[in-house]
Design a protein around this ligand. Structure first.
Ligand SMILES: [Zn+2]
Length: 312
C-alpha cells in the first residue's frame, strides 16, 4: 500500500479529473500541498462554486468505490506523451525530458513525477473541507481515508449543533440562516435610521463662537454616531462629544472641525478617560470605548477640557 501522501495526491488527480469533466474544460493546478493535517490544491480559475465541488466529490467517491486502477508509464518527451494521450493534463513549465504519465483508468491522464497509489480504493473516502478564493485562484482543502471520515463526523456534528442553536433542521438550515441575515441587515438599517433621527434632534451649546454637540445616549447605532459627528464638524467652530451606552461598554466619539488645530482629540480624551477606556484616531476625529458607568463623566470632562483649551 502507498504512503499517506501518495494516497492523498492520487485523490487530487481524481478530483481535478472530475472537476474537468463537470466544468467541461482543462484546469491548471498551480500548486498542491500535502501536509499532516490536510491537503490543498491551488487551482487557477476565476469562478468555482460549491455545487460543482460537491458534484466532483460525489464522482471521486464513486470512482474510489469502483476501485479504479492507477497505472504509470514513461515517455521520452512531453510531445511523445501528448501524441499517445491526447487528453493529457500537464503543467508544461515544470516538465522537461522524460515524462511519466499517471492514468486513473477511464478517468484522468496526467503527466506527474510524484508518488501515487496503485488503486483509488486506497483513498477510502474523499472529502473537501474548505473552498476559498484568492485573486484568480481557488484553494481547495481536502482530506482522504480515516482523516476524511473523522472530519466528516465532526463537520456533521457542528452542523447539528448549528441547527439546534438556530432552531432549524438539516432541510431548513440554509433558508433559516438566510432569513436571519436578512433580518439582521434590516434591523441594523432601521436602528441606524432611528439613531440618526435621535441624534439630529440634539441642539448644540453655543459658547465663545463655538458650537458644542454633546450627549450620552443608549442603544443607538455606533455607525450613526460616527456619521453624525462627521457631518456636524464640517461647520466651522463645531465640536462633537457623544457617547453611546451599549450592553457591555459605551462607545465614544470626539471630533472637531479640522481648522481648530489647537484641540488634540487624542490627548484630551486620554487625559479624561485614564485607565477606564481606550480610543484613537486622527487629531480631529477620535473613536473609542469607555466603561459604561463612566460615559457621562468622560463626556463632561472632555467638554470641559475642550472649552478650557479654546479659551487659552
Ligand atoms: Zn501526481
Amino acid at each position: 500500500m502507498a504512503d499517506e501522501k501518495a494516497i492523498a495526491h492520487t485523490a487530487e488527480h481524481a478530483f481535478i479529473g472530475a472537476l474537468q469533466k463537470i466544468l467541461g474544460r482543462t484546469l491548471q493546478v498551480r500548486k498542491v500541498e500535502h501536509k499532516k493535517d490536510g491537503n490543498t490544491a491551488v487551482i487557477s480559475i476565476s469562478r468555482l462554486d460549491v455545487d460543482n465541488i460537491v458534484k466532483a466529490e460525489i464522482m471521486v467517491n464513486a470512482l474510489i468505490q469502483e476501485g479504479r486502477e492507477v497505472t504509470m508509464r514513461t515517455y521520452s518527451s512531453l510531445e511523445e506523451a501528448r501524441n499517445a494521450n491526447p487528453s493529457l493534463r500537464a503543467n508544461e513549465a515544470r516538465i522537461s525530458g522524460e515524462v511519466r504519465v499517471v492514468e486513473i483508468g477511464g478517468h484522468d491522464i496526467t503527466a506527474c513525477a510524484m508518488e501515487h497509489a496503485h488503486n483509488l480504493k486506497e483513498c477510502e473516502f474523499f472529502l473537501v473541507t474548505r473552498l476559498s478564493k484568492s485573486g484568480d485562484e481557488y484553494e481547495v482543502d481536502f482530506t482522504v481515508g480515516r482523516q476524511a471520515k473523522q472530519t466528516a463526523i465532526s463537520i456533521s456534528a457542528k452542523m447539528l449543533k448549528v441547527c439546534s442553536e438556530l432552531g432549524a433542521n438539516l432541510n431548513t438550515i440554509e433558508n433559516t440562516a438566510r432569513k436571519i441575515r436578512e433580518e439582521r441587515d434590516s434591523s441594523s438599517k432601521n436602528l441606524k435610521m432611528l439613531s440618526k433621527d435621535r441624534l439630529q434632534s440634539t441642539e448644540p451649546t453655543k459658547r465663545d463662537g463655538m458650537s458644542v454637540y454633546n450627549g450620552v445616549f443608549s442603544a443607538l447605532s455606533n455607525e450613526a454616531l460616527q456619521e453624525f459627528a462627521g457631518e456636524k464638524i464640517l461647520e466651522p467652530g463645531t465640536i462633537v462629544i457623544v457617547s453611546n451606552i451599549g450592553s457591555d461598554s459605551a462607545y465614544f466619539v470626539f471630533a472637531r472641525n479640522e481648522a481648530m488645530s489647537d484641540l488634540d482629540c487624542n490627548h484630551i480624551f486620554r487625559e479624561a478617560v485614564g485607565s477606564d477606556g481606550r480610543g484613537g484616531g486622527k487629531a480631529h476625529f477620535l473613536t473609542g470605548v469607555v466603561k459604561k458607568e463612566r460615559a457621562a463623566d468622560v463626556v463632561a470632562k472632555v467638554v470641559d477640557a475642550a472649552l478650557r483649551q479654546r479659551q487659552k
